[in-house]
Design a protein around this ligand. Structure first.
Ligand SMILES: Nc1ncnc2c1ncn2[C@@H]1O[C@H](COP(=O)(O)OP(=O)(O)OP(=O)(O)O)[C@@H](O)[C@H]1O
Ligand SMILES: O=C(O)c1ccc[n+]([C@@H]2O[C@H](COP(=O)([O-])O)[C@@H](O)[C@H]2O)c1
Length: 184
């Protein structure tokens, strides 16, 4: 099986995340695309929305996409999980002939600090989601996805603007942001 993996905090999911998934399905020859919400990014200190809620938002958002699966491996660990561990889990669980790992250009610049990055590079082919405001050099040999939407979850946590939230989950995000007491 050929797969793409798209890991992220999705705190909350926004329209650039949605576009990354659809672009990846269009451009990459894969049987399945696993979206893997983090419990907590290894480089981050806290989350806002509970992992279970971020997982459920993604489930609802992509419920009609039969190639998309939301993977709960990381949120079930209740700790920071490096991507190397998630890829090892997927390799053990499925018979995989190809693994693309999709990351945004902001993460690309820190890649050398990732856990077991040399082993991870042997396991996967990185695909770069190009992000406004983040320039990357030497991209000749790397697959890229043009996203061109200038939005981040940080902006939305600071000032929720529902036009950047996919329609399908707008009401859910609105409710969660009203009731969520955890500040970040
Ligand atoms: N607007 C965007 N354009 C391209 N890539 C993006 C965009 N937003 C997020 N990504 C990428 O999608 C993945 C998941 O993103 P993440 O959930 O961290 O969203 P974010 O908007 O970067 O959140 P935060 O502001 O909390 O860091 C990351 O690899 C990130 O680089
Ligand atoms: O493996 C690592 O060391 C590592 C360090 C930082 C980030 N990551 C992964 O990068 C992905 C994007 O994270 P984020 O928070 O920017 O959405 C997510 O799957 C993280 O687990 C992974």
């Amino acid at each position: 099986m050929r797969i793409a993996v798209f890991g992220g905090s999705f705190d909350p999911p926004h329209i650039a995340h949605e576009k990354i998934v659809f672009k990846a399905l269009e451009k990459l020859d894969v049987d399945k695309l696993f979206i893997v919400p983090t419990y907590l990014n290894p480089f981050k200190a806290d989350f806002h929305l509970e992992p279970k809620n971020r997982f459920l938002l993604l489930k609802k958002l992509f419920e009609n996409e039969n190639k998309v699966e939301i993977c709960d491996f990381e949120i079930m660990q209740n700790r920071k999980v490096p991507s190397y561990e998630t890829i090892s889990y997927l390799k053990k669980s499925y018979d995989l002939s190809k693994i693309y790992l999709i990351i945004g250009s902001d993460n690309f610049k820190n890649l050398e600090k990732w856990y077991k990055i040399d082993s991870l590079k042997n396991d996967v082919e990185f695909v770069l989601a190009k992000r406004i405001g983040f320039l990357n050099e030497n991209l000749d040999s790397i697959k890229t996805l043009n996203i061109d939407i200038d939005i981040s979850s940080t902006n939305l946590r600071n000032n929720i603007d529902l036009k950047y939230i996919p329609k399908k989950i707008q009401n859910d995000v609105k409710t969660l942001f009203k009731t969520n007491k955890k500040g970040n």
